[in-house]
Design a protein around this ligand. Structure first.
Ligand code: OFO
Length: 183
């Protein structure tokens, strides 16, 4: 009796996304280590927390594939790209990486829609919301570095930014949570 509730194309695409989330975690780990070596402990702390969050995303997908009766293949995780050369470039790379991940999630949503796999479509809506949050988080980082002076940011401005990120929560408030009382 076949108890597998995922098509092979969706199983394999979800499996690839699982590896992509693990790769995202490695990227954040690598940028966080770079920041720590450069003396930006607040930025490092923020990025280390985010590396953990990406690993949690990987686990969510792994668990989903198993729960749908399909097989998970744990694959090699590609290495992270080269270190950034500045805080500005680090935040730009974070933004690009999140946009790339959003596109990948959207492809999965489209595939689940086309296959009328509503369970998977519904499961993926969590990731759609999460990516909106993560793109907002990345845009907030870019705003902060821009205010600090971008590539020309002074040591004082970078110090203040670093301290600020140490206390920053890892998730961003979304437009849908805003009200007139809580703008
Ligand atoms: Fe940064 O994203 Fe996972 O999904």
């Amino acid at each position: 009796m076949n108890t597998n509730r995922l098509s092979e194309t969706l199983r394999s695409a979800l499996n690839a996304q699982m590896t992509k989330e693990a790769h995202a975690s490695q990227i954040y780990l690598s940028y966080a280590s770079w920041a720590a070596n450069e003396g930006y402990d607040g930025i490092a702390h923020f990025l280390f927390k985010h590396a953990q969050e990406e690993r949690n995303h990987m686990m969510k997908i792994l668990e989903y594939i198993i729960q749908r009766g399909a097989k998970v293949s744990v694959e090699a995780i590609p290495g992270p790209p080269a270190d950034p050369v500045s805080v500005q470039q680090c935040f730009e790379k974070v933004f690009e990486q999140e946009v790339d991940n959003t596109q990948s999630i959207y492809k999965l949503v489209k595939m689940s829609f086309e296959q009328e796999d509503w369970a998977t479509w519904n499961f993926l809506q969590w990731f759609v919301k999460e990516q909106t949050e993560e793109e907002t988080m990345a845009l907030n980082l870019l705003d902060k570095i821009k205010i600090a002076g971008a590539e020309k940011a002074s040591g004082d401005a970078l110090y203040a930014l670093d301290r600020d990120l140490e206390k920053q929560p890892d998730d961003a408030a979304l437009a849908e949570t805003k009200t007139a009382e809580n703008p």
